[in-house]
Design a protein around this ligand. Sequence first.
Ligand SMILES: N[C@@H](CCC(=O)N[C@@H](CS)C(=O)NCC(=O)O)C(=O)O
Length: 235
Amino acid sequence: MIDLYYFPTPNTWKVSIMLEELGLPYAVKRIDITKSEQFAPDFLRISPNNRVPAIVDHDVPGEPQPVFESGAILVYLAEKTGRFLAPSGPARVRALEWLFWQMGGLGPMAGQTHHFRRYAPEGNGYAIERYVKESARLYGVLDRNLAERAWVAGEDYGIADMACWGWVWFHQMHAQSLDDFPNVARWFHAMGARPAVKRARLVGMENLSEETLTLYKGDYYNVPVDYGAEKTQVK
Ligand SMILES: N[C@@H](CCC(=O)N[C@@H](CS)C(=O)NCC(=O)O)C(=O)O
């Protein structure tokens, strides 16, 4: 059995998608990041960066294996099961390139866009413009990549897709329209139609506010582009 330390967000969806795709049994251990549960000493022993997701794999010889960082968890589960990541060769290189691209680019940059548009006080126009433009650049990179191949890392669906999808789900929050990125749109809807992805997105939805539930249960994060911020459709 795998314990999944979880609060529903794009980073944790990566792992719920992987576990649902694999059909592995797992137990959700809710870490409510709105109540600072990520700082509890017991959790820090599993996830020293005080962030979700994290897992503990009990189905190993010897001591249970904890893993933190969503990208590391995806690779760990892929290697454990031999699925969704090629064992060697160019297909593996390509998958790791795009996984790291998401971990170091799309995730952090879109996260900053989200922060400055949604939460920062007035007067942060420079930061908003910088991160919206960088988000647009990254969506463009992904779009050009997906013009050439069915899935993010090639012709096979895999962990790079799982890493990117939850972030693209928040495209409105990044002031992006999928009309501008038709290849991303095609991929985004193809992946969203997968039964495992549909199930994964609804994991851990207990006790969320009505507002959050309404947003999360929609087809995509269909909040207005000016949600909580001045209108910032930077092109
Ligand atoms: N690089 C980390 C980022 C994880 C992350 O930022 N998780 C957020 C939720 S999406 C979190 O736990 N935030 C709690 C906090 O900021 O204290 C990963 O991919 O696992």
